[in-house]
Design a protein around this ligand. Structure first.
Ligand code: ME8
Length: 642
């Protein structure tokens, strides 16, 4: 029997800056859902990619002195780029689309032309407020305090001859889609869309630009490029081969089962996207799920706010699975989640090191200690077994319900109820006491078997979240691949009675919270701004500076000045030299009498607080501390530094 197709997508990411853990959150969640569906036996198509056009990219490339293509190539495919990050995070996408791929661009041109021919795209003039970072036009009434309602940044007035999409025509069908079906979830987002965007009246959408060139050209009107969101949204179809020859999966996978997107782009996916698909007379995706943001101290993580957390750093320190797990275990997917290093470390320590890691290592160690690594077939059931088994047997359906509702955090919470119960079962059965009497061996074997089964069943369901760790667990508890599938996740007693275990590495080492927090703080401390680069000078230029050894004849504070000291110096010329220096904060005048200093003596005279200063006394300054440059008193006044 052929498998049922399941098509799931993440947004395609802007390669404008390095991706941060907020982006990782979205992709890891989608990956876990895709892996879950594969576990369920679906023929999954998991798509991600990059959204590479638009003014923002063009501007950034220009600022860097590279072409836009070079710029995006580096961020997408360069070292520690987007592709590298997904590889690191063990993302199992089946396809990756770049909107600069030729097949996609040609398809977008055809799509644009089709909507134009139909009369749903027409030429007009656009005047409005434009947010460059979001690539969005806004009307005055949509602005919040005069700023972009999405990102809160400045907008600028813009006027262009442009093409428009008749979004207004689709207002009612889109309203019905949102209010009468389960198209958009969580439900809380439906009200937001209807009240904020549809109720005030949907205006036609500006879908071409003439102010820059980095985009898909409108082939029938040179000078216009297709609005980046039209270009971007259709990626979900072109990546399957819609209106192109690159792929042939459109019939099989379209309509998408779910688009997973962040909450700030729900508007594009739940209003503009279905309207354009209606115009194209194409089936609509079955669902759009708008997840929340990872925030840091209440603010969305984003490069421009300078509050990003680097996924590379965390994955390198704690392991990819620990990071994947933390993201999905901690935060309800539909709501915002406040990231902190403390939370990350305590989740790893509590759930992974103490609960799961400990359960596996203790169980395996006991099977080795009491049975040489292989259980005997003979077993005797006992008191708390049934409760443990019942929990294990209920788990799969609870987990399924949560995963189907896009609630991975709930699914994980269910799995960890079993993990905790199994740990408690060890305390209740006290295997170390049973082991004291040879006659208890069949009972002890049953306890061990029940633990191994609980671990197997829990780990089969943890696999979409922490795939690499689960492989290690299966190897340790002697569970072959065939017993870790969905079907066996619902069966207690699948492992052979004489199962053999193998000691393995520690799965999740405990982290010393205080030490780790201090290290992270040091690593991520804001860098001191780099000293401005001083251009080199020639030796001739340097030799023009006259630096003369001077003896301090007199020194006093300058009246009404907190900063200045007035020096009378012997510079060897026979005539006293007066220099004012802003060092009163650091020295008392009397400390300096008779000292041997160095002064630049060929500067033009200048007036300070009404007094003339003829030169500059040299000193050294760092971190708010200042020291005058003092020489040995044996060096005579008038000697030149060379
Ligand atoms: O929006 N927490 O790209 P993008 C959670 N190119 N999710 C976050 C996040 C955070 N702090 N920061 C970003 C785009 N994201 C468009 C998509 S799709 C046809 C075009 C999520 O790189 C964000 O919500 O700005 C979005 O879902 C995804 O990362 C890509 O964001």
């Amino acid at each position: 029997m052929s498998k049922t197709p399941f098509y799931i997508t993440t947004p395609i990411y802007y390669p404008s800056d390095k991706l941060h853990i907020g982006h990782t959150y979205c992709t890891v969640a989608t990956d876990a859902i895709a892996r879950y569906k594969r576990l369920r036996g679906y023929d999954v198509m998991f798509l991600t990619g990059t959204d590479e056009h638009g003014q923002k990219i063009e501007d950034k490339a220009k600022a860097k002195g590279v072409t836009p293509q070079q710029f995006v190539d580096n961020i997408v495919a360069g070292p520690k780029g987007i592709l590298d990050l997904w590889k690191l995070m063990n993302i199992s996408n089946d396809r990756f689309i770049r909107t600069t791929d030729g097949y996609h661009m040609e398809a977008v041109q055809k799509i644009f032309k089709k909507m134009y021919d139909k009369g749903d795209i027409y030429k007009g003039k656009y005047t409005g407020m434009y947010c460059t970072p979001c690539e969005s036009f806004w009307t005055e009434s949509q602005l919040v305090n005069g700023m972009c309602p999405d990102c809160g940044r400045e907008v600028r007035a813009a006027e262009e001859e442009a093409y428009f999409f008749r979004l207004s025509k689709y207002a009612e069908p889109v309203r019905r889609l949102l209010t009468e079906t389960d198209f958009l979830e969580p439900k809380s987002r439906v009200n937001e869309m209807v009240h904020n965007f549809i109720d005030p009246g949907l205006e036609d959408l500006c879908v071409s630009r003439t102010s820059f060139t980095w985009g898909v050209p409108v082939d029938f009107d040179p000078g216009h490029v297709v609005y980046v969101w039209v270009d971007a949204l259709f990626n979900y179809t072109t990546a399957l081969g819609f209106m192109n020859e690159q792929y042939q999966d459109f019939e099989k996978y379209w309509p998408a089962d779910v688009h997973i997107v962040g909450k700030e782009i729900v508007r594009f996916h739940s209003i503009i996207w279905p309207a354009m698909l209606m115009s194209m007379e194409m089936p609509l995706p079955k669902k759009v799920f708008g997840h929340g943001w990872l925030v840091l101290n209440g603010e969305k993580m984003s490069k421009s706010r300078g509050n990003i957390v680097d996924p590379y750093q965390l994955a390198e320190r704690y392991g990819v699975d620990a990071l994947r797990f933390f993201l999905l275990r901690t935060f309800p997917f539909g709501s915002d989640g406040n990231f902190s290093n403390e939370l990350l470390i305590s989740t790893i320590n509590t759930d992974l090191a103490n609960d799961l890691g400990n359960l596996v290592s203790r169980t395996v160690a006991m099977v080795i200690k009491y049975f040489g690594g292989q259980l005997p077939a003979e077993k005797v059931a006992g008191e708390p077994d049934e409760e443990l088994k019942a929990l294990a047997l209920e788990l799969r359906s609870k987990y399924e319900k949560a995963m189907e509702a896009f609630a991975p955090h709930t699914a994980l919470a269910e799995v960890f109820k079993l993990v905790s119960r199994a740990n408690k079962y060890i305390d209740e059965t006290a295997p170390w006491v049973l082991a004291k009497d040879e006659a208890n061996k069949p009972r002890l074997a049953a306890v061990m078997y029940n633990l191994l089964e609980s671990i197997r069943m829990a780990s089969s369901l943890l696999r979409p979240f922490i795939p690499a760790s689960c492989e290690k667990i299966f190897a340790q508890i002697g569970a072959p691949e065939s017993l870790t599938d969905w079907e066996n996740a619902g069966i207690f007693g699948a492992l052979p009675a004489d199962v053999q275990v193998t000691k393995g590495e520690t799965l999740f080492p405990r982290i010393d919270m205080a030490k780790e927090l201090a290290e992270l703080e040091a690593l991520n401390a804001p860098q001191e701004p780099a000293a401005p680069e001083i251009p080199p000078i020639s030796i001739d230029e340097f030799s023009k500076v006259q630096m003369t050894v001077c003896k301090v004849l007199a020194c006093e504070n300058v009246k009404k000045s907190e900063k200045l000291l007035k020096f009378t110096l012997d510079d060897g010329s026979g005539k006293p030299r007066q220099i004012l220096s802003g060092i009163a904060k650091y020295y008392k005048p009397e400390e300096l009498l008779g000292k041997t200093l160095v002064a630049v003596t060929n500067l033009p005279p200048r007036k300070m607080m009404g007094q003339e200063s003829n030169g500059m006394i040299l000193s050294a300054e760092k971190d708010g501390k200042l020291n005058l440059l003092m020489l040995e008193d044996s060096i005579p006044a008038g000697a030149q530094l060379c």
